[in-house]
Design a protein around this ligand. Structure first.
Ligand SMILES: C[S@@+](CC[C@H](N)C(=O)[O-])C[C@H]1O[C@@H](n2cnc3c(N)ncnc32)[C@H](O)[C@@H]1O
Length: 217
């Protein structure tokens, strides 16, 4: 594993590394966040919303990461505009300058706006009913936070902000590496009907599954 880029922010250290096979891996404070080898579930997060939403016109993505969720959204011609909110300037820079090779093409899409801020703050400031779909993939799940401050995103107050930003019939979809029973309950209470999608993935030749929670307002 060799380091491709490194940055330090108010939240700690970000490292982008490459393995011998060319796979890129992103870590925050030493914690694995994602790689470019296994991106099925990042793309599934977008697909679940695209397949179940009649009008996925205006979309908010929490967490740019290495851009797979956003790329899947932009591949759908129904999507008119995507706001991506990423808390780390360095992550955006690494996609913009080609450190992440597919980054420049992705960011060049005229339907995309990138905002460097906390997605919770963005939701708090968003106009009522401004999105048809809100996708959240900022942690390894609501019970496995990358930043402790993200806890507020999944509690009733954070989910109420997401609900307020959603148009009637809109969907909030949340990625998790584990079953998230508390989140499921809070989504039902705060947003509405919840669908749970299990996404099979292969991790180091092991069969695992990730979870996507889709709540319809
Ligand atoms: C797992 S990655 C997202 C992966 C993305 N779905 C993809 O397809 O590549 C999580 C990203 O969320 C960002 N993040 C973490 N907390 C955040 C927050 N509160 N607001 C916005 N972005 C956040 C991290 O810096 C990281 O880039």
């Amino acid at each position: 594993m060799s380091t491709v880029a490194r940055a330090v922010s108010a939240r700690g250290e970000l490292v982008l590394s490459t393995r011998a096979d060319g796979v890129l891996e992103l870590r925050v404070n030493g914690v694995f966040v994602m790689d470019t080898e296994q991106t099925t579930s990042e793309r599934a997060l977008a697909r679940v919303a695209l397949e179940r939403s009649a009008r996925p016109f205006r979309v908010l993505v929490g967490g740019l990461g290495l851009g797979y969720t956003t790329a899947e959204l932009l591949a759908d011609p129904r999507v008119e505009h995507v706001d991506v909110v990423e808390i780390e300037q360095a992550v955006v820079d690494w996609l913009a300058d080609g450190t992440v090779p597919h980054g420049p093409d992705l960011l060049a899409d005229a339907r995309l706006s990138v905002h460097v801020t906390d997605v919770l703050a963005h939701l708090g400031a968003a106009a009522r009913a401004s999105y048809d779909v809100v996708l959240l993939d900022v942690d390894n799940g609501p019970d496995q936070l990358v930043h402790l401050s993200n806890r507020a995103l999944y509690d009733r107050g954070g989910l109420a902000l997401a609900r307020r930003a959603l148009a009637p019939g809109g969907m909030l979809v949340v990625w998790s590496a584990h079953p998230a029973h508390t989140l499921e309950r809070e989504l039902r209470t705060t947003i509405g009907q919840v669908r749970i999608v299990r996404v099979p993935v292969q991790l180091s030749h092991r069969d695992e599954e990730y979870w996507v929670y889709a709540a319809t307002r």
